[in-house]
Design a protein around this ligand. Structure first.
Ligand SMILES: Cc1ncc(COP(=O)(O)O)c(C=O)c1O
Length: 463
């Protein structure tokens, strides 16, 4: 039994911030007590308010507060929560059948999602897709496919990478605490190289592209051997690791190196994909065409679905039965994806993401001028971040980051942090957020910086 009333969410919700209790309020605190008695401690929360409804750019809680959403459930509800076409398609599907398992008796919705993936992902070559439940599962399967297709074992990943919480994806993820600590031993044949991180590049941002390509290719040559590498796996803009945007030319350079050595380039677009960065996929920005691409998060408007899409000749090297899973490509999740992708096209959400960037970036840059604790402002489209450091240095400042986040939460803004050093505030509003709400959210952030003397800390969510 829940203690909450049913109230529908979706775009019809009043698009306003309304704070009627402290955050979290008494009803949320009561549910949190219950949570402590039944849910494992290993799951943490950014903001322990319990939700009753959400839609557009707001999240409603059990105390009647309406919070501005700058998190989208970690880059998932790009089309908004309970978006109209998602609800329509899901409602229709859930009443017809909920599951057969695609590997037992197939259904058309799965095909429709794979056709859409072929249409919207980078490159106009012949493609095939396979569907899964989570981002981590998609990454695992992309690596399986790459190993089989190339007959090679090694996988190259980057500093600050985040690819998930399964055994192989933990090995591929860079950050130890909290994602890996105590959970080893990890999968083998995973090699890590530096990421082209302009703000922290030892020779400075101008040297970053060329230096990084030199270091990476030389490490692969000397420590792994190009002929042993099945795939280089990269987030075109890193997510959990700190919204690290590599310099222009880096991804095309990396793609050329891979091509020259028969190494597959796997773009992990789980966080960047589906319009988030102002293009359908972040790789589109520089016309990079990966051999395989992993998707999840924004694909299905909040329902669990993930995909691996790639060149037909690579994907089809896998023998029948080599890929799959009981729930992968569940018909209800597929219906949601069709509704979400239709919404992205109809409402031109790449343009909406670019507009969010145009509104936010000047204000974030101004904020950085006023507050030297902000060392870097970066991102693209509606995937934006600021990195906090001791002024004038590269020394991370996770304490101020946590204080600012906490002050924003208290004022009714759902805001996430990230970064290897926990010193990055990331902004991921739903792409359908109204401009007034967006502006109000930034004002809350500005006010939090102006009076950032609150005390507090947060724990990582991972995503
Ligand atoms: C780039 C990237 N890859 C993989 C994952 C793992 O996805 P999931 O949490 O759905 O397993 C995430 C999640 O945040 C991600 O951002």
């Amino acid at each position: 039994m829940t203690t909450t009333d049913f109230s529908p969410g979706g775009p019809g919700l009043a698009q306003q911030r309304r704070i009627v209790t402290e955050i979290p309020g008494p009803a949320s605190r009561e549910l949190f007590e219950r949570r402590q008695r039944s849910v494992a401690r290993g799951l943490s929360h950014v903001l322990p308010v319990f939700v009753t409804a959400a839609g557009g750019g707001v999240v409603l809680d059990v105390d009647g507060n309406s919070l501005i959403d700058f998190g989208s459930g970690i880059a998932v509800t790009s089309v908004g929560n309970s978006a109209e076409l998602v609800v329509d398609r899901v409602t229709e599907q859930v009443a017809r059948f909920t599951h057969t398992c695609f590997m037992v008796v197939p259904y058309e919705g799965y095909l429709a999602v794979c056709e859409e993936l072929a249409r919207v992902t980078p490159g106009d070559h012949d493609k095939r897709s396979a569907l899964f439940n989570s981002g981590a599962e998609a990454v695992e399967n992309a690596v399986k496919i790459a190993r089989l297709a190339t007959g090679r074992n090694a996988v190259v990943v980057f500093d600050h990478a985040y690819h998930g919480r399964t055994n192989l994806t933990m090995a591929m993820t860079a950050k130890n605490m909290p994602y890996k600590q105590g959970f080893g031993p990890f999968a083998g044949e995973v090699y890590r190289v530096p990421m082209a991180y302009p703000f922290r590049w030892p020779g400075g941002p101008a040297a970053c592209r060329a230096d990084a390509l030199d270091v990476i290719t030389s490490l692969i040559h000397t420590q792994v051997g190009e002929q042993n590498v099945a795939a280089v796996v990269i987030e075109p803009i890193q997510g959990e690791g700190g919204f690290v945007v590599p310099p222009d030319g880096f991804l095309p350079g990396l793609a050329a190196f891979c091509r020259d050595h028969g190494i597959l380039l796997i773009a992990d677009e789980i966080q960047t994909g589906f319009c988030r960065t102002g293009d359908w996929f972040a790789c589109d920005h520089e016309r990079v065409v990966p051999d395989l691409i992993t998707t999840a998060k924004g694909i299905a408007g909040g329902l669990p679905l993930a995909g691996v899409t790639g060149r037909a000749e690579l994907m089809d090297t896998v023998h029948p039965g080599g890929l799959g899973g009981t729930f992968g490509g569940n018909p209800v999740a597929c219906a949601a994806a069709i509704g979400a992708i239709e919404t992205m096209g109809k409402e031109d959400l790449p343009a909406a993401a670019r507009r969010i960037g145009e509104v936010m970036l000047p204000r974030l840059r101004k904020l950085a001028e006023d507050h030297p604790v902000i060392g870097d402002v970066r991102g693209r489209g509606a995937m934006l971040a600021i990195e906090l450091v001791r002024p004038g240095t590269l020394v991370p400042d996770p304490e101020t980051t946590a204080r600012v986040a906490k002050a924003c939460h208290a004022a009714g803004l759902v805001l996430l942090t990230c970064g290897t050093f926990g010193n990055v505030l990331r902004f991921l509003p739903p792409l359908v957020i109204g401009e007034e709400l967006l502006s109000e959210g930034i004002t809350i952030l500005e006010e939090a910086f102006a009076g950032s003397d609150t005390r507090g800390a947060r724990s990582a969510t991972g995503g």
